[in-house]
Write a protein that binds this ligand. Structure first.
Ligand code: GUN
Ligand code: ZN
Length: 440
């Protein structure tokens, strides 16, 4: 395959922006390019320099005037809930029992799991998301379907079989032993195969007995390269129930701490009602709180307090949390994140939003050497964004005068219609909107 020279307005982050004016936190090339070969980025910079240095057989794709960024990253969602988005009228525990635990039973069927897994990956790509961290269902078939669909598209994906052995319908329960055996077999089959990474996934303290938590502890100790994902402190009724099931724990966070589940590869969905003590425990362990804005509003869960995480040194990431989350779009997610923080008197600058969707989430996953920014040697996962994709955006953009303003328009008004193209390991996946100029 020829090398690709992707031309456009190239934006990539090198660290977290400190406010609206922090031009040291990113690189921006108004007429820039990314050179791609063998699925990797081989050069980034001004188009003129790269075009002069590029070989004869490079294929030029001109995306001007669109923005070219590193592919977006979603750090928490549920692939078996793809058809449970927009389930009406309930808060977390009722919503799980009424809708989600019914929907997830369908994933016992490999055929259904494969169908949804394919559509799920395509939906992510349509929204410019090239990497995601997902829960599968309790069924091993769902994990096979998930990683098979990712492999077919060569996507770097993280996922795992949910473990749950109580407080769920019989058809969705495993046991400590089957949870252990199946997880172990799936790790052996998938972790490190191509671009796949495994996440050990006890759903949350409510649906795992102490015996299963012991098993989770053993799995994590035996597979330190795997991620761990679970839920923490999303809803007041959930917190009361979880802590009643583990009366010896000081608080909800302590339940996971007691089973050695908190580490730098641990992702904890929601983290809304944590005390300072709990955030400090997470910070000490390097565990990551995951802010899920559309979900937190949709289920009426509450408001993530980012500034307290920052003050106490807690790591955090951002995510859609489909199907409690109402959109696969990370742009729409950051729009809601802005509003949630705004309600609490906290600011989220557009630079920071775009950093969070890319490099920030890659750092939360410890994958910043591979994804999240456009640098030489990185995997060529790239998104192309059109800030004028909707007529109202085009009108708004007529009076925009800075890059930060353009990013804010994209985040506030944008959705999948703004994703002009997405490349996975150098391969265009969406549609050929970029003008293929010529093979040079
Ligand atoms: N807590 C435990 N399971 C879930 C889930 O599927 N979605 C959300 N939002 N919270 C959970
Ligand atoms: Zn979740």
């Amino acid at each position: 395959m020829n090398d690709l020279l992707i031309r456009g307005r190239v934006l990539t982050f090198v660290r977290e922006p400190q406010g609206m004016e922090d031009s040291e936190s990113y690189r921006f090339y108004e007429d820039g390019a990314v050179l791609v070969g063998g699925g990797k980025i081989t050069a980034v910079g001004p188009y003129g320099d790269l075009a002069a240095a590029a070989g004869e057989r490079v294929q030029l794709i001109d995306h001007r005037p669109h923005l070219v960024l590193s592919g977006l990253i979603d750090t928490h969602l549920h692939f078996p809930q793809t058809q449970a988005i927009a389930s009406y009228g309930a808060q977390l525990l009722e919503w799980l029992n009424t809708y989600v635990f019914v929907e997830e039973q369908k994933f016992r069927e490999g055929k259904h799991a494969a169908f949804i897994a394919g559509r799920f990956m395509d939906e992510l790509l349509s929204n410019g998301t090239t990497t995601a961290v997902a829960y599968c269902s309790v069924h091993p078939e769902s994990v096979d379907a998930f990683f098979t669909a990712a492999e077919e598209r060569n996507m770097l994906m993280i996922g795992g079989k949910v473990m749950m052995d109580r407080n769920a319908p019989e058809a969705l329960r495993d046991t400590p032993q089957t949870g252990y055996d199946e997880t172990k077999r799936l790790i052996g089959k998938w972790h490190g195969r191509g671009r796949a990474h495994y996440a050990i996934s006890p759903r949350f303290a409510i649906t795992s007995t102490p015996e299963q938590m012991e098993i989770a502890r053993a799995l994590v100790a035996e597979h330190p390269a795997c991620y761990v994902q679970t839920h923490l402190s999303e809803n007041r009724d959930e917190i009361a129930f979880a802590t009643s099931l583990y009366p010896e724990a000081r608080d909800y966070t302590d339940i996971y701490a007691r089973y050695d589940l908190l580490g730098r590869k641990t992702l904890l969905g929601h983290c809304i009602y944590l005390s300072d003590r709990e955030i400090s425990v997470l910070a000490e362990a390097g565990a990551v709180g995951v802010f899920c804005p559309t979900s937190n509003l949709f289920l009426g869960s509450g408001l993530f307090d980012r500034d307290r995480f920052d003050r106490l040194g807690g790591r955090y990431a951002v995510a859609t949390d489909v199907g409690a989350g109402t959109s696969f779009s990370m742009l729409e997610t950051m729009d809601e994140a802005y509003k949630i923080l705004h309600l609490q008197g906290q600011r989220l600058s557009p630079l920071n939003s775009f950093y969070r969707m890319t490099l920030g989430n890659a750092q939360a996953l410890g994958l910043e050497h591979r994804i999240g920014s456009l640098h030489v040697g990185a995997d060529a996962d790239i998104v192309v964004l059109d800030s004028r994709a909707k007529s109202a955006m085009e009108l708004r953009m007529q009076v925009a005068s800075s890059l930060a303003e353009e990013l804010f328009v994209l985040q506030t008004m944008g959705d999948d219609r703004c994703v002009a193209e997405v490349y996975v390991a150098g391969k265009p996946m969406k549609r050929a909107t970029g003008r293929v100029v010529a093979a040079r």
